[in-house]
Design a binder for this molecule. Sequence first.
Ligand SMILES: [Zn+2]
Length: 448
Amino acid sequence: MGTPMPTPDKIDFTKLPIYKPEVECASRERIRAIQLARLIQQVEYTYARVPWYRSQMDEMGVSPADIKTLEDVRLLPFTDKAALRETFPFGMFATPLDEIVELHSSSGTTGKPIVVGYTKEDMDVWSECIARLAQMAGVTAADRVQMAFGYGMFTGGFGLHYGVQRIGGTMIPAGAGNTERHIQMIEDYGTTVLIATPSYAMHICEVGESMGFDWASSTLQVGLFGGEPCPPGLKTEIESRMHITCTDNYGLTEVMGPGVSGECLAHRDQQHIAEDHFLWEVVDPETGEPVAEGEMGELVLTPLDKKGIPVLRYRTHDLTRVVTDKCECGRTLARMQKVRSRCDDMLIIRGTNVFPSQVEDVISDIELLAPHYHIIVDNETGLDRMTVEVEIKPEAFSDSYEEMKGFAGEVRDKLRSVLLVTPVVKLVEPGGLTRTMGKAKHVDDLRK
Ligand SMILES: [Zn+2]
């Protein structure tokens, strides 16, 4: 697991506002009662309106009347990306298009994108979920919030935009790109909150430093991150260099977009799930059977009041574990461990399972390495070969070939001890690995 993150001394998280305490701090019994009432309604709604689910359930011999407890969710069919693709674009919609007020889509890097539609009620739930996580990070109506996500079809931009407006914050919709302009705007407008992917926030930080911008005395206080998993090492680095507190949230287009869960400052490797809107299950990715409470498995989500596209039991392919004890921040909503790996991220190298997050953890523990890496896997020579490119910090740079070779060897040995696979380690000069505006791409699997 990742390095535990300290809560910055300046923030007393027990004093931060809670957006909807009657739900976020309700008893577990109360939360389960809300979930059950909504689940029953949602299954009826979905069965009545979406032919795809009706035929799946008929085939399985399940009817909405069979849902009597929360555990009965297991009687329902799973949904995966393939089902949403097959029915492209609007086959899974439960309402006519004239009730849909906004469309978004997944990036569609492989094959057709997935299109999702939101009714007015859906937009309301979505912005509330974002408002909750923004408040968990301390954002209030007094904040000036600069958007560095792209707007467009991607759910991150508009989702965060509406949620911040919901609590009365001032949105500055700068959008993606033009890093120097972002820095200028922070200075001109007195921006206090930055919304970005963690890798782009790091890029803004570095460009600012190279321009001589003094982050320590800037108005910026909070980073709201999303769009990609945030390695703990990268976050610590950004927090210390930009002098801000950063939280990240979790979500996916297929079930809503960002806002399914968000980090509070009491447990920085976990995120509170908006359980009144999402029923979670953790299952064994191979068998689909539930794992014991607190065990690691694949997260499965059922949105409980979604009207545009009511998805049942969506298989996220994200690996996590969930705990339900009361949090020190006062919330009782369950906490999921931050997703570091996806079932399908797993690389099988010479028969050994390797997760990119393991590489990330090793790198973040090595003082002289920057939190950037790139993995290349090929089999040109007939055998799998894994190459890890890592970026050294300026203070580790040396003209001596021998010294650099020795350092690469140390990194290789540390990686080998964790991965049980021996990689080739290539040291890259400071700033040498590509930074991206959107999701960082950490792996190239070139095997034929
Ligand atoms: Zn908490």
